[in-house]
Ligand binder design. Structure first.
Ligand code: MLC
Ligand code: AMP
Length: 499
């Protein structure tokens, strides 16, 4: 009997006394203790009716028990479905309807609201949040060993929702092989070992914090300092005792903005990794000037896991995302013809390999549009590859805003705005932002004689969309700028917002 992910990431740590997790409240969990907790979680899942292949929705705080639930889900052969804790009830209701989970695990503070949504779908709810959480309490009395459910490389391990240009979120189906192959490639490439201590300040509901950070640490047997958020005061203390950090560019600009962040503070650090959004070359240079460290930038996507990385040894070039990972093929193609472009020419970045997902949940047409029959996935990112094979991202063919590492698809926000009585039409666009990289602005054309106000817009947006998607400014216009084909010119709207 085998369970691809469990056998590689978790099983080798049975009996391992080394520290795995260190939490904000000072509690630590050894690898062995963590595995026992994961077994208790797996028993609780199966007792709740979770069968192999069932989805388990998790919108929970960043706790050691949440990580143990991820491991327990792998053990029980379930499909782990983590959700951003910022999602509103309206967003959560969509995911529950689409994914049809067998169980929902939520923050104890959100229990009443989530139960209301879950009842409509007839799905049971358990909670996490300190010792009072019903999932944690149920797990306490369970046996601390569990026979891993048989799962092969092609079986699904996770379903991660990602928004899209159509405005509807799509569930990316990730198999055991997808997750394991990427963890192996990154652990080797970045030379992560049991001597490492990772400062983990990312959320654990996205590829970056959950798979890139956590799966590599597990594979290597590294220590993880689990910080519930990016609190600069905590981070400045932790990096003096750590070797490794993974973050979005906002982490690095915030560190640079703090005068306490000095070269002396990072003496024990060996590697800073950045991804999920473009790292400005000026941030890269300022970081090196301050600390002597060249941030290692890598590039990835929910659907593909990580695709490219700058090298650990060798030149880490500012403004580039490095080379395809071992086992991953990258092609730069003409977006119109799909023909491979010669080096130096800009084109669509396409990816193939064991890291590439299995398709979108319940959306065969969307899958067919983005995943070619020959296995190449169309990322929607535009890039260029030099003669040496090094890749730079130069733009996106998809209309996407990345704010602090979170993706916001303008179409999703526009759909919400356009449904508000009094709105004739809207255009949502991103503008440069010093802290988040980009921030969201909405241009609104009101219907004639309507009494539409910003407050009315905000009221609806607040109920419908997670806070990070909210426009930070509303512009009322007589008409949207359009080209001769009638297409809204967002570049015109962006003018005047250059920093
Ligand atoms: C928080 N806010 C944001 C925001 N994060 N608004 C826009 N964009 C964001 N990313 C809101 C808060 O709700 C708050 O609203 C206000 O902005 C200020 O909050 P803050 O306290 O300053 O923010 P903070 O909690 O410190 O969070 C910032 C952050 C966080 C950058 C640390 O957003 C973060 O952890 N981002 C990482 C995202 C990530 O992991 N992405 C990986 C995706 S995977 P108010 O009400 O106060 O105004 C992927 C693939 C790959 O992309 O390649 O990795
Ligand atoms: P997500 O859909 O949340 O997984 O976000 C994936 C997108 O983030 C990619 O398609 C890129 O547009 C972007 N991204 C990730 N890493 C980088 C990077 N290093 N530089 C530029 N963009 C990045």
């Amino acid at each position: 009997m085998t369970n691809t992910l469990y056998d590689a990431l978790f099983a080798p740590h049975v009996g391992n006394p080394a520290t795995f997790l260190q939490c904000d409240d000072g509690t630590t969990l050894s690898y062995d203790a963590f595995l026992k907790r994961a077994a208790q979680m797996a028993h609780t899942l199966t007792e709740s009716g979770v069968q192999p292949g069932d989805r388990v929705v998790v919108q929970a705080p960043k706790l050691s028990d949440t990580i143990a639930l991820y491991a327990g889900s792998v053990l029980a052969g379930a499909v782990y479905l983590p959700l951003n804790s910022a999602y509103t009830q309206a967003e959560l209701a969509y995911f529950i309807k689409d994914a049809d989970p067998r169980l929902i695990v939520c923050d104890i503070q959100d229990e009443a609201a989530v139960v209301e949504i879950a009842q409509a779908a007839g799905t049971p709810v358990l909670t996490l949040g300190g010792s009072a959480g019903s999932l944690s309490r149920a797990a306490d009395s369970q046996p601390n060993t569990f026979k891993a459910v048989d799962r092969g490389p092609e079986d699904l391990a996770a379903l991660l929702y990602t928004s899209g240009t159509t405005g509807r979120s799509k569930g990316a189906m990730l198999s055991h092989k997808n997750l394991l192959s990427n963890a192996v490639a990154l652990t080797e490439l970045w030379d992560i070992t049991s001597n490492d201590r990772l400062v983990h300040a990312l959320p654990i509901f996205h590829t970056h914090g959950l798979f890139v950070a956590m799966n590599t640490a597990l594979l290597a047997g590294a220590e993880v300092r689990l910080c519930t958020a990016f609190d600069i005061n905590v981070i400045l203390g932790e990096i003096t005792q750590s070797t490794l950090m993974m973050g979005v560019p906002t982490f690095y600009t915030r560190l640079l903005d703090d005068a306490r962040f000095t070269k002396e503070l990072v003496e024990s650090m060996r590697l800073f990794v950045s991804g999920s959004a473009p790292l400005l070359a000026e941030t890269h240079r300022a970081f090196e000037a301050r600390t002597g460290h060249r941030i290692l930038e890598r590039y990835g996507m929910t659907e593909t896991n990580m695709i490219t990385s700058n090298p650990l040894k060798g030149a880490r070039v500012a403004g580039t995302v490095g080379y395809p990972l071992p086992g991953t093929e990258v092609k730069i193609t003409d977006p119109d013809t799909g023909e491979a472009q010669p080096s130096g020419e800009i084109g669509m970045i396409e990816v193939r390999g064991d890291n590439v997902f299995q398709g979108y949940w319940n959306m065969p047409e969307k899958t067919a549009e983005e995943l070619r029959a020959n296995g190449f996935f169309l990322t929607g990112d535009l890039g260029v590859q030099d003669e040496d094979g090094r890749i730079s991202i130069v733009g996106r063919s998809k209309d996407l805003i990345i704010s602090g590492g979170y993706n916001i698809y303008p179409k999703e926000v526009e759909d919400v705005l356009n449904d508000i009585p009094g709105v004739l039409e809207s255009a949502v666009f991103g503008v440069p932002h010093a802290d988040f990289g980009e921030s969201v602005i909405a241009a609104i054309v009101a219907e004639k004689n309507s009494s539409l106000t910003v407050e009315t817009l905000k009221e609806t947006v607040q109920v419908q969309l997670a806070r990070f998607k909210h426009p930070r400014e509303y512009l009322f216009l007589e008409a949207l700028p359009r080209n001769t084909m009638g297409k809204v010119q967002k570049t015109e709207l962006r003018k005047g917002y250059r920093t």
